[in-house]
Design a protein around this ligand. Structure first.
Ligand code: UDP
Length: 224
């Protein structure tokens, strides 16, 4: 089984934003523990450092946001290696000596050899999110399931931070997710996943063993 884990900047910020080294170690252990059951690609967000849309000059700001994902990717790679797990960073914005370019065929070979492949730089294009990058990379890598880590248990009928009367939805179709105007995942990303019947699981990621449980279908909300 080949899966792709989307780790947002919010998770990587942990308790010591912008970069909580303990959070990186925690997610590295989660990934290492699950790697006996699946080949794992990871797309990292960058929102713990910067979001392009919130900068005075978004066209540049989005580039800065993509560079922020490279910073997170490097930290995650080292945390994985500290756990004894081989990992490499491939970037949509390659930086010589730091992160090579994304080559999906090289990435597939590395995954098949048991390496964790961390995909940085989002799509390489401004005005989209790393959720969209996660779906596009998953399709190009032949991934069966995308897992999006979250701070809440899964997908609710509304925002649990704003409204207490929301219900957890264990399963819904891509179309239902889009028509309910839910926001836990970027709708642009879900639209692409819908066109390719790519399932997505949203799960609470900040608890030990959660990634493995989500991968086994034991927790979280499933789209598709
Ligand atoms: N970004 C971008 N193109 C991409 C992916 C990301 O321009 O393909 C920029 C965008 O400005 C975004 C920032 O990088 O705000 C960080 O990514 P994102 O917000 O998706 O991170 P997350 O919310 O997952 O931490």
């Amino acid at each position: 089984m080949r899966v792709l884990l989307k780790l947002s900047g919010e998770l990587l910020a942990g308790r010591k934003p912008p970069i909580d080294w303990e959070a990186f170690s925690f997610y590295a252990r989660e990934i290492a523990a699950a790697s006996s059951e699946a080949e794992i690609a990871v797309v990292v967000g960058g929102g713990n450092i910067l979001r392009g849309a919130k900068t005075p000059s978004p066209a540049t700001g989005h580039l800065m946001g993509m560079l922020a994902t490279v910073i997170n990717a490097l930290a995650l790679r080292d945390a994985l290696r500290d756990e004894g797990k081989e990992a490499r960073v491939l970037s949509a914005l390659p930086i010589p000596g730091v992160a090579g370019p994304v080559d999906h065929w090289r990435a597939r070979d590395a995954l098949a050899a048991g390496e964790v492949v961390i995909l940085a730089g989002g799509t390489g294009l401004p005005y989209v999110t790393t959720d969209t990058a996660a779906i596009l990379r998953a399709l190009a890598l032949g991934v069966e399931l995308v897992l999006k880590g979250s701070k809440v248990e899964g997908i609710y009928t509304g925002d649990p931070a704003e409204n207490q009367n929301v219900e957890l939805l264990p399963q819904l179709s891509h179309t239902e997710y889009l028509s309910r105007r839910l926001r836990v995942l970027d709708p642009a990303a879900v639209q692409i996943a819908a066109e390719h019947d790519l399932p997505i699981v949203v799960f609470r990621a900040d608890r030990e063993g959660a990634f493995l449980s989500a991968l086994r279908g034991e927790i979280g909300s499933r789209i598709g």
